[in-house]
Design a binder for this molecule. Structure first.
Ligand SMILES: NC(=O)c1ccc[n+]([C@@H]2O[C@H](COP(=O)([O-])OP(=O)(O)OC[C@H]3O[C@@H](n4cnc5c(N)ncnc54)[C@H](O)[C@@H]3O)[C@@H](O)[C@H]2O)c1
Length: 291
């Protein structure tokens, strides 16, 4: 177990929802936190984070904008004297189906893939050289969705199928209007395994969180902000999810790596042991070859 106090983190999309819970959980552990969000109230979040006795800085902007990404990453590293943790959380959902017209599809692509895939890509690309240069390891956690690992991937890896809230095996994938959202989240698997393999020699771990329904602004918006009591009771809590994040960060360099950490509706949110590693990174990756 490693101490998180005085580590330095960036959390994207931290104004509301899961990102907000992650930022507060980190601050309660004594982590200095840089937050960003497309919403202006992110500045208020930073002010409240400071009441936990940590340094906190905020930027308002779009994670798909490389100028904003550079500003946040360089600004945070400069404010804190370095970086240790990136929580790639900002995400959006929008309805998209296979026969959407092309103009709508292009707008959807820019927004949904721009936020859920490009944003995570840009933030990691800006943060990774800093982590490598520091030479003391670090953590990247990408926030994905259970649509890509429903019942585990493959589903027969589910540690406890008996408690599944869905008919088992639940097919992988989201609902009817999710093709683009799921494609973007599935794309995170490429980053998960590629980065974990490349960064393991530098003691930088890369994991992903794959949530089922968790109470947040986004989930409430699906229910026109009037969810029934039964629906809310069935949802997981962002604070419990954030506690698992703290536990996994505290595992340190010898902890799990390259894992899709699955949070299934119907199962208690606890920090489960790492899954058997089936996507083992075997060969060494040469960094610096992409320029
Ligand atoms: N809540 C769930 O049930 C659930 C399930 C699976 C996955 N997720 C994922 O968890 C993450 C957090 O979702 P949430 O439910 O807390 O959503 P949310 O809408 O409650 O919060 C998302 C935050 O990201 C910010 N954001 C959105 N687009 C942005 C952009 N382009 N640039 C900067 N900030 C942006 C929003 O303003 C908001 O503060 C997302 O990646 C989402 O896809 C959530």
């Amino acid at each position: 177990m490693v101490e998180l106090k005085n580590k330095r983190a960036i959390v994207t999309g931290a104004a509301v929802g899961l990102g907000n819970a992650y930022a507060y959980a980190l601050a309660k552990e004594g982590v200095h936190v840089a937050v960003c969000d497309i919403r202006d109230e992110i500045h208020d979040v930073a002010e409240t984070l400071k009441t936990y006795g940590v340094n906190a800085v905020a930027w308002q902007g779009d994670v798909s904008d490389p100028v904003h990404v550079r500003e946040v990453v360089d600004g945070a590293a400069s404010a804190f004297g370095g970086l240790d943790i990136l929580i790639n959380n900002a995400g959006v959902w929008g309805a998209s189906v296979a026969d959407d017209d092309l103009d709508k599809s292009l707008d959807d692509y820019d927004r949904i893939v721009g936020t859920n895939l490009k944003g995570e890509y840009l933030f990691a690309r800006a943060v990774i050289p800093i982590l490598i240069e520091q030479g003391v390891g670090g953590d990247i956690v990408n926030i994905a969705t259970d649509h890509m690992v429903t019942c585990g991937t493959p589903w027969d890896r589910c540690p406890n199928p008996g408690s599944c809230a869905f008919e088992h095996p639940r097919p992988t994938g989201g609902g009817d209007a999710m093709d683009l959202y799921d494609a973007a989240k599935w794309g995170l698997n490429g980053f998960l395994y590629g980065w974990a393999k490349a960064l393991a020699p530098h003691n930088i771990r890369v994991n992903a969180f794959c949530m089922g329904a968790t109470d947040s602004y986004m989930l409430r918006s699906f229910h026109n902000f009037e969810p029934s009591e039964e629906e809310v009771a069935s949802w997981m809590k962002a604070e419990d999810n954030a506690q698992v994040l703290m536990d996994i960060l505290k595992e340190g360099p010898s902890g799990r790596n390259a894992q899709n950490v699955n949070f299934c509706v119907g199962r208690t949110v606890t920090t489960e042991p790492p899954l058997e590693q089936i996507y083992v990174y075997q060969e060494q990756v040469t960094l610096g070859g992409g320029s």
